[in-house]
Design a protein around this ligand. Structure first.
Ligand SMILES: [Fe+2]
Ligand SMILES: [Fe+2]
Length: 322
């Protein structure tokens, strides 16, 4: 005979839906993501293909320099959603797992959109066709020597992922939260929430400037709407964990600090696309940083804001997708 209590425990193990959970912010983001599903195959790429034929060779190279980096970046971040699933599961956050399902699908779809666009508009898709446009910067150096510029997407995220996964393996919930806060800060707050934003804007502004590529702009509008949910999922999850452990705010600041050079530097295409207003994108980054801090409920580091806006700091860092 099972007791009533055992019966209840068993039902809690199997059933995660509660009215409270379904009214929560993360579940609501899940609902929104489901409502706003879009599909790259529904777009018409014919006008973009026509526009490509008349784009100057130098502009073609500059544009592909950004879009091919996005194509690679979206594939990287799709894979990097995985450690978040593992951590959300370990913390018993079923609504977070639900949302992460949409998150992973959307990152894969962003890469899929760029696969369709490059294939149908430019006629390139195979790795050997796109690779020549993946401009590797080599090591970025700040000529003043004030900032050490670390690689975020290829080194930072995988290292933070390993730390998070090992905390999940060890099973200490405080350590899982500490590592999860760092991972979400780097992925959602830093990469998606500040660093990638000017790169999307640069593509949209360039297309407007040329009066070309309506479908590339349409796709980027959808991508940006998705990114908005990814970012605010991360910052909300951080805020919820900080409410339990306010001392972990230091992990947020340490993470931004570790990659400070990447955020104060200029995105490289701010400089190669001649028609762009350089200051606009730095002002935007500072605004995004303040917004992320507000969402997380942490105090912004004013020295970081000052450095982002400092016109004397003008070394260039690579493009990153979210
Ligand atoms: Fe994203
Ligand atoms: Fe994305």
């Amino acid at each position: 005979m099972t007791t009533e209590l055992e019966e209840l425990k068993r039902s809690e193990k199997y059933f995660n839906f509660t009215r409270e959970m379904m009214q929560g912010d993360i579940y609501r983001k899940y609902e929104k993501a489901i409502r706003r599903i879009w599909n790259p195959v529904d777009f018409d790429y014919t006008q973009d293909a026509e526009d490509w034929k008349t784009l100057a060779e130098s502009d073609r190279r500059a544009l592909l320099g950004v879009t091919i980096r996005f194509f690679a970046g979206e594939q990287i971040v799709a894979r990097d959603v995985v450690p978040m699933f593992v951590a959300a599961r370990a913390l018993g956050r079923y609504d977070w797992v639900m949302f992460l399902g949409t998150f992973a699908m959307e990152e894969a779809k962003h890469a899929d959109f760029l696969a369709h666009w490059h294939s149908k508009v430019v006629g390139i898709l195979e790795p050997h066709e796109v690779a020549p446009y993946f401009l590797s910067r080599g090591k970025t150096v700040d000529p003043t020597g004030r900032f050490e510029i670390k690689e975020v997407a290829h080194e930072g995220l995988p290292a933070y992922a390993r730390a998070l996964e090992s905390a999940v393996h060890d099973g200490d919930s405080y350590e899982i939260k500490r590592r999860f806060i760092r991972y979400l800060t780097l992925y959602c707050g830093f990469v998606e929430g500040v660093l990638s934003m000017p790169s999307y804007e640069i593509v949209v502004d360039s297309c407007k400037h040329w009066g070309k590529f309506p479908t590339l702009r349409q796709g980027f509008r959808h991508i940006l709407a998705d990114e908005g949910r990814h970012i605010t999922f991360g910052t909300k999850a951080i805020q919820l964990m900080l409410a339990e452990h306010p001392e972990l705010e230091r992990e947020v600041h340490e993470t931004f600090d570790e990659f400070r050079g990447s955020i104060v530097g200029l995105v490289e295409y701010q400089k190669t696309m001649a028609h762009l207003d350089l200051e606009k994108y730095q002002v935007q980054k500072a605004r995004h940083y303040r917004n992320r801090c507000r969402e997380m409920g942490v105090t912004p580091d004013e020295t970081l804001v000052e450095q982002i806006l400092d016109p004397e700091i003008d070394f260039v860092v690579g493009v990153v997708a979210g």
